[in-house]
Write a protein that binds this ligand. Structure first.
Ligand code: 5GP
Length: 214
C-alpha cells in the first residue's frame, strides 16, 4: 500500500518569490500538489474561484473558524487566509505530497501542531535585493513598501524555526536563480520522501516477500 502523503509549508517575506517558486514547482513536478486556501480578499483580475483561492465572505470565514474547519488560518495584510483541514486530510490520505504556500504565522502554527511538517523558508539574499524586487512589482506605494520591509525583518527573525532555508538569489547576478530555488525545494521534498521512517511500509513488505520466497 502507498504511504501517506507528506506536508510541506513554504513561506518567506513578500517579494522573496515564494509563490512563484511554489507555482512553477508544481507545474514542473506534478507529483507534488499545491493547496488552495480560503481567503476573504477580493479576487484579482484573472483569478478563478476554486483554482487560485476559495473566495469567501467574512461571514463564511467566521463560520468556518467557528466549526473548527481550518488546519491553520491567519490575518495577512488586512484580510484573512486559511487552509482547510479537509484539503490537507484528503490529499495526505490519498498519498499525495502537498505544499502549503502560506504566511509565516500559518507556517509556525502548522509546524507546532505537527512535527512531521517540513518548513521551508524562502529568503531574499539581502535587504537591497528585497527592496529591488518589491519596487519592480510596481504596485507598492512608498508606505506599503516600508510596511513590507518592516514585516520582512520580523519574518526573518522567525526563520530559525524552519527546517530549511532556500535563498532565492538575485536574478542579475545568478540568471538561473529561480530554477535553482525551485530545484532546491524539490530536492528537500525528495529527501523527505527518502527518509527511512517514511519507507517502513515498503521495507516491511519487501522483507516479508523475500522471507516468503515469492
Ligand atoms: P495574496 O493575497 O498575495 O495571494 O497572499 C498574501 C499572503 O497570504 C501571502 O503571504 C500568502 O502566502 C498568504 N496566504 C495565502 N494563503 C494562506 C493560507 O491559507 N494561510 C495563511 N496563513 N496564509 C496564506
Amino acid at each position: 500500500m502507498e504511504r501517506r502523503g507528506l506536508l510541506f509549508v513554504i513561506s518567506g517575506p513578500a517579494g522573496a518569490g515564494k509563490s512563484m517558486i511554489a507555482k512553477q514547482l508544481v507545474e514542473r513536478h506534478p507529483d507534488v500538489g499545491l493547496s488552495v486556501s480560503c481567503t476573504t480578499r477580493a479576487p484579482r483580475p484573472g483569478e478563478i474561484d476554486g483554482v487560485h483561492y476559495h473566495f469567501v465572505t467574512d461571514e463564511q470565514f467566521d463560520e468556518l473558524v467557528r466549526k473548527g474547519a481550518f488546519y491553520e488560518w491567519a490575518n495577512v495584510h488586512q484580510n484573512r487566509y486559511g487552509t482547510l483541514k479537509s484539503t490537507v486530510q484528503e490529499q495526505l490520505a490519498q498519498g499525495h505530497d502537498l505544499i502549503l504556500e502560506i504566511d509565516v504565522q500559518g507556517c509556525l502554527q502548522a509546524m507546532e501542531q505537527d512535527s512531521e511538517v517540513t518548513g521551508i523558508f524562502v529568503s531574499p539574499p539581502s535587504r537591497e535585493n528585497l527592496e529591488k524586487r518589491l519596487r519592480a512589482r510596481g504596485t507598492e506605494s512608498e508606505e506599503s513598501l516600508n510596511i513590507r520591509l518592516h514585516n520582512a525583518a520580523r519574518e526573518v527573525e522567525q526563520a530559525y524555526r524552519y527546517d530549511y532555508i532556500v535563498v532565492h538569489q538575485d536574478w542579475d547576478e545568478v540568471p538561473d536563480a529561480l530554477d535553482r530555488a525551485i530545484e532546491q525545494v524539490y530536492a528537500i521534498i525528495e529527501a523527505a520522501r527518502a527518509k527511512t521512517k517514511h519507507n517502513m511500509r515498503f521495507l516491511n513488505a519487501l522483507s516479508a516477500s523475500l522471507k516468503a520466497g515469492k
